[in-house]
Design a protein around this ligand. Sequence first.
Ligand code: ADP
Ligand code: MG
Length: 312
Amino acid sequence: MGKQLVIALGGNALGSTPEEQKDAVLAASGNIVSLVRDGYSIVIVHGNGPQVGMINLAFELAYGQNQNVSAMPFAECSAMSQGYIGFHLQNALQNSFYANGMTTHVSTAITQVVVDRNDPAFQKPTKPVGLFYTEEAANAIAKEKGYTFVEDSGRGFRRVVPSPDPIDIKEKGTIRCLMENGDVVIACGGGGIPVYREDGLLHSVDVVIDKDKAAAKLADVIAADTFIVLTAVPRVAINFGKPNQQWLSRITVSEAQKYIEEGHFAPGSMLPKVEAAIRFVTSGAGREAIITSLENAYQAVTEGGGTVICAD
Ligand code: ADP
Ligand code: MG
């Protein structure tokens, strides 16, 4: 196998309708095809924020109209989003390989990501998901189902779920087999379907795992060479959005940690990406992480570019 790359692809970049998503995926394929042609083995981890929200909403609205429709738990919505987004990526990438006369195959692994039931994050739901409700409606649902609601940026009340750390990737062996077969693999979509182990069995749970953290964990457990986060900006900046903004090209883990302490990375957007990159780089020798935009992916890997996070 060639050098192994785990690529985390932002969910927001995929648009919010099937048509937008197809276009976005097509735009991503060119870079991936070039990397495969150069001999890289690739796993893609996509986000699913807008898509899983849409699926969840569809079931909630349908349930409101007709009680025969089952309300759909978040884990199941997440599984559906892995299938829906996986299919688009699988189809567009496959067609790009065909168009370039390449025999590479693409496969999607429905992936369960293991969390620890004792993770303190379970006691503190932080991640807003699904529909917006009035305070009254939110209180009624909270009473009926035991959900936690918070007021979300003046837009109404939203359910919040815990966001525990990923501790293992259940399908890691399957993913490696597919890579060894030469496939481009799509895995851990949306951070994976959250499961915990109890009495020797896996149980799904209604929480959301951060996609960048799950991707870094996958990169670690399959011993990838490089972890790449593709998002809307070509590089990570300090003083982001200020007149003295400065794009970073290569930083060590200690420098990244210093910038985190100084508050340069927004929580919920850039911070989890930098944290995920640090986790991967410190999890094994010789590992590097790159944060860049989709358009720069090929160039960043082959010629340098983007922000590289390396060991001290
Ligand atoms: P994704 O959907 O790829 O997860 P996010 O919107 O969650 O993307 O996070 C990426 C965004 O973080 C960038 O587009 C940028 O607007 C924002 N951001 C916040 N802080 C920084 C920073 N210090 N440097 C660069 N981008 C930053
Ligand atoms: Mg994000």
